[in-house]
Design a protein around this ligand. Sequence first.
Ligand SMILES: NC(=O)C1=CN([C@@H]2O[C@H](COP(=O)(O)OP(=O)(O)OC[C@H]3O[C@@H](n4cnc5c(N)ncnc54)[C@H](OP(=O)(O)O)[C@@H]3O)[C@@H](O)[C@H]2O)[C@H](O)CC1
Ligand SMILES: [K+]
Length: 492
Amino acid sequence: MIYIGDNKTTGEIDSYSINTLNIPGIVLMENAARNFTGTIDTNLDNFLIVCGKGNNGGDGYAVARQLVSLNKRVSVFSCETSDMSRDCQINYDICRNLGIPMENDISALEELIISHDVVIDAVFGTGLDKPLAAPYDKIINNINQYGKYIISVDIPSGINGSTGETAGIAVKADRTVSFVTYKQGFLNYSAAEFLGKIKVVNIGLPEHVIKKFSNTVLMDKKYISSLLIPRLKYSHKGNFGHTLIIAGSPEFTGAAVISANAAVKTGSGLVTLAVFHECLNMLSSCSPEVMTADLSDKNRLLDLLKKVNSIAFGPGLGNNPRTLELLKFVLENSDAPMVIDADGINVLAEEPALLEKLKNRCILTPHLGEFSRISGLSIEEISKDRIKAAKDFSKKYSVILLLKGYNTIITNECDVYVNTTGNSSMANGGMGDTLTGITASLISQKYTIFASGKIGSFLHGYIGEKLSKRSFAITAEDIIRNIPFYQKKLFL
Ligand SMILES: NC(=O)C1=CN([C@@H]2O[C@H](COP(=O)(O)OP(=O)(O)OC[C@H]3O[C@@H](n4cnc5c(N)ncnc54)[C@H](OP(=O)(O)O)[C@@H]3O)[C@@H](O)[C@H]2O)[C@H](O)CC1
Ligand SMILES: [K+]
């Protein structure tokens, strides 16, 4: 499992390992350097390692030695040769003793970078604490301008590991090999262009140690598979629940159809789509398994509200008083767990008092704009720290919050899960409606609301990613058609 942490987390893990576990810092550094070196393609050669004076630089010197021991050609550029951290000094001295070519004259840097095939950036890691000034601005500019292939140690130098902001300028890495945790700042969209391909490696610490300091996790296939509930041979449709989808309006019948079809394909025993009267004759593209209901028939609706196992509310309903009234009616007459999306969220933003009624029974699935409306925070405020914004909201209202976007966040007040599946081939209308249907369907099948959000977002993005290998744009219909196949794959 990959945990997410900020600069403070690295410091805490470091000091716990050193002071409580009695692992000397130099051992941690050695493990970091060895595991970093292990990720480097064995065909690469001719490395220039650019080292700062802190422990990130120390990692760099240790990597230099590791590479030399693999018979690679290695040179080192030292940004500073005084006032180094203790472990940095030790590894610097070893490099000198081994006779590794070392340079510290900034006027030689450009030529050095040009004459090497790979630059390893070990200037700053989690200790970057101020804007960059000379000579570091020049060093980083040179790396970016002349580096043919750049691998950053822990963090691209110049990026703040906690916030993802740059210190004015930052290394644009082709690869980043990060230690122990995936840095929280990497989730900030502004950091994306600097990171390249990210890999997280351990420094010899068991998972239970890392867990002490982070409750934020990057979901992977193995984790999602561990959440799945196997279907018993003798189960029948009653075991897989009844999902009620309340969605659609004359302009947006598609949203309703998509959610309902996704719920069917995800395996809900029964699915009923409840729409306004004027939409009923527009549902020809609904999968034949979907039952329909007329929202103006209050008795039928009441009956459904009492017996269904989950309710998806919102896609395509319209942001208007009729939707708000309907939401109030649903909340007053049902205790079923709910997925609230799209216009369901928009009307909640108009009447925040209603949020009280969602306590412990609801997952909200806003995109950034919807989240801004319902939380009262600006998009800029949210973007600065999406995890914190999502967690605070979830805590305040006791709801599960699934904040959609590149690196979707799912949180239940204290634990945070980040989903990295999905890509821009899925950036088209109907994707959110699909996720809503999938999530509600999972809840009906006895998954917890939290697990449904996690599995739903992973599965949805996973299908999109797989299909995008052979298709340029992926539609909601493409996703829905492939749900059962990839759901099965997750069980393997
Ligand atoms: N548990 C782990 O994950 C381990 C990580 N390791 C590596 O250690 C670094 C963090 O090392 P640290 O020494 O804390 O910090 P840095 O090396 O990133 O940088 C600190 C030095 O940089 C100077 N600094 C900071 N900002 C600037 C700036 N803008 N301009 C110039 N100089 C700057 C700072 O100087 P000060 O004067 O501010 O003190 C420090 O000298 C982590 O990223 C990993 O790579 C361990 O190796 C193993 C355990
Ligand atoms: K670095």
